[in-house]
Design a protein around this ligand. Structure first.
Ligand code: IMP
Length: 433
């Protein structure tokens, strides 16, 4: 039988979102990073927004792994990431200004694709004109991954030869301009200046360039602990999410291996992060979505506004159908439940155990997104605890009904709970394993 290794003590752990992103992965990674030597991001780009509270300081990180807030941890951006150099250095310099020692601690994969200014312009232009809007973050993610899959992207390694880079980016600019023109957007869109801005950062980025696969492999060989950090969540995965209302990368755990450049056999544990309820930004189905009044109430209780775009998040009950799907497609070995405290004041709390669809009742997450839009959740209602959980540091400190709620979440999801977050502060965490 396979021995269960909790994420905190495993040599190579993945942390993955199990809903529509915003599960509170930033806080979980921050807590786990204490025990890790290396933290590596494996996909996504500046669409992510990881909020971490250290003392009374709030940090919102978009591209740099939240491990950076722990001294001496090595933080990597893997080849699966699409790197927005301009935004990356803004974030890097802002950390420096706030006294975070980033020098020699950040590495960027030579194989990572560059997200260039024209990707952002294209993202917004396409979204503005789409008949069925995805509700993207407007950070250029879709167009950058399109170029990668279309084998016309530019990678960090291409920066080594300036002339060649100019040539390649110039081609990218011409292509982007033609596409913008076809969308009815004439003009030069400042793309030539953008080329110079990118080139001005070339030297700085090359200093950070590395082979993340080799680094991770060497760290593991030296007995170090490595955390592979996902962005967004399972329901936003390009293959396993609510397509087409997804992001343009594989967010799920298997992508962690490809996205940093190690084999899947290196991964020992996969910690799935779920919020104690559900939220979603952007369009697409959300089967357990609240009515407008309850939606407003939860948004206020949980401060549910996007860390990247400030958009209000849609809120709903915990969806165990999705959580089970996530447990399976990620091969979860453990679960971290976040924001339990947000439910403290509710007299009753529901969870979806299945869906009623036009084809009958289902317990598996449907592949058919239109069908999912029509699905009604089958809700099970549990009594609330109506007491504060923010000071709990062990499961025994929790009110009985809060424990019962967690037991039910664990049972329905099928993965053992390893951590419960009960507030925004680093200390507000219950470690079960
Ligand atoms: P994109 O990744 O910007 O292309 O956006 C595609 C979808 O993913 C939209 O619904 C976004 O709101 C959503 N999304 C992207 N990044 C995040 C995130 O970090 N948290 C939550 N939703 C996200």
């Amino acid at each position: 039988m396979k021995v269960h290794v909790p994420a905190g003590s495993s040599q190579c752990a993945v942390v993955v979102g199990c809903q529509w992103g915003d599960e509170g992965k930033g806080k979980i990674v921050d807590v786990l990073a204490e025990r890790m030597d290396v933290v590596a991001r494996y996909q996504g780009g500046a669409n992510a927004g990881h909020t971490v509270h250290v003392g009374d300081r709030e940090f919102i990180l978009h591209q740099i792994p939240s491990g950076i807030l722990h001294p001496e941890k090595r933080c990597l951006l893997g080849n699966g990431v699409v790197l927005d150099m301009i935004q990356f250095f803004q974030e890097y310099d802002a950390l420096l200004e706030r006294g975070v020692d980033v020098a020699d601690r950040v590495g960027v994969s030579l194989r990572a694709h560059l997200l260039l200014p024209y990707h952002r312009i294209l993202d917004r232009a396409v979204e503005d004109r789409a008949e069925e809007k995805i509700g993207t973050t407007g950070r250029g993610i879709g167009p950058a991954y399109e170029d990668k899959a279309g084998r016309r992207g530019l990678r960090v390694a291409d920066l080594r030869n300036e002339d060649r880079f100019r040539e390649l980016m110039d081609r990218g600019i011409q292509r982007a301009r033609a596409r913008l023109q076809a969308l009815g957007m004439e003009g030069d869109h400042g793309l030539e200046e953008a080329l110079e801005t990118v080139l001005a950062l070339r030297g700085r980025l090359l200093e950070l360039a590395t082979d993340t696969g080799i680094e991770v492999e060497e760290a593991l060989a030296q007995g170090k602990q490595v955390l592979l950090e996902g962005a967004q969540g399972t329901a936003l995965d390009l293959d396993h999410g609510t397509y087409p209302f997804v992001t343009s990368s594989n967010t799920t755990a298997a992508a962690a291996a490809t996205g940093v450049g190690v084999g899947p056999t290196r991964i020992q544990s996969v910690l799935g992060v779920v919020k104690a309820y559900t939220t979603r930004v952007g369009n697409g189905p959300l089967p357990t979505e609240f009515d407008p009044e309850m939606d407003d109430r939860m948004r206020t209780l949980g401060g549910e506004f996007g860390a990247t775009t400030g958009r209000p998040r849609r809120c709903g009950w915990f969806d165990a159908v999705l959580a089970r799907h996530a447990a399976r497609v990620n091969g979860l070995t453990g679960l971290a439940v976040t924001k339990l405290d947000v439910l403290d004041s509710l007299p009753q709390i529901s969870v979806a155990t299945g869906y009623r669809t036009p084809e009958g009742e289902v317990e598996e997450f449907p592949a058919d997104t239109a069908g999912l839009e029509a699905a009604e959740p089958i809700l099970e209602t549990l009594p609330g605890w109506e007491a504060s959980t923010g000071e709990a540091r062990s499961l025994d400190d929790l009110p009985t009904n809060a424990r019962k709620y967690l037991d039910r979440v664990e049972e329905l999801t099928g993965a053992p709970i390893e951590m419960v977050s009960v507030g925004t502060r680093r200390s507000q965490i219950i470690r079960v394993a």
